[in-house]
Design a binder for this molecule. Structure first.
Ligand code: ZN
Ligand code: ZN
Length: 175
């Protein structure tokens, strides 16, 4: 959903109040949610305000995704919940070649827009990307799978002889 700068009034623009909620379930369509397999938006809010030509975005979301445990490969459901503040600066405001210009306080996420308007999907894609988990475990104490038979060790011992498991001490056993 595209919002033109001219639509943002002096008091700001509450995107849900003016555009409804129909866009929310589709806002992540087409996004690559890696390392999740799928990702969908459950609820979202976004307020846009102008300061000069910079757009301040104040938002929140709850998103949910599916993945597999890194250790045992069992399905894991991930919920991401975040509040964010970001500022979008018109691309032409920053002189070409001037890298890392200090524009705003450091705790704000800084992005760019074309000067005419902002794509709401882009704002949420970026924020969801920042919230994606790095490590996916079904449980902190997940025991993973047996390297010999592939059995899920969370469901109990598989019965393989312990010596077949690789440990950091294996190297010491070799002649
Ligand atoms: Zn697991
Ligand atoms: Zn086994």
């Amino acid at each position: 959903m595209y919002i033109k700068v001219s639509e943002i009034q002096r008091q700001g623009l509450d995107v849900v109040a003016t555009r409804g909620k129909a866009w929310i379930p589709r806002v992540l369509e087409g996004m690559n949610p890696y390392p999740l397999r799928t990702c969908r938006m459950l609820s979202a809010g976004l307020h846009l305000a102008l300061e000069g030509r910079d757009i301040f975005a104040d938002g929140s979301f709850v998103a949910e995704g599916d993945a597999s445990c890194d250790r045992c490969n069992e399905p894991v459901k991930v919920t991401m919940e975040k509040e964010f503040q970001a500022v979008l600066v018109p691309r032409d405001r920053v002189p070409a070649g001037a890298a890392n210009v200090e524009l705003h306080e450091e705790d704000l996420d800084i992005g760019f827009y074309d000067g005419a308007g902002v794509e709401v999907n882009d704002i949420f894609w970026e924020q969801v990307a920042l919230a994606l988990p790095v490590k996916l475990l079904c449980a902190e104490e997940c025991r993973g799978v047996c390297p010999s038979c592939g059995g899920n060790l969370n469901r109990g011992e598989c019965g393989c002889p312990g010596e077949t498991r690789t440990t950091p001490f294996d190297i010491l056993k070799k002649p």
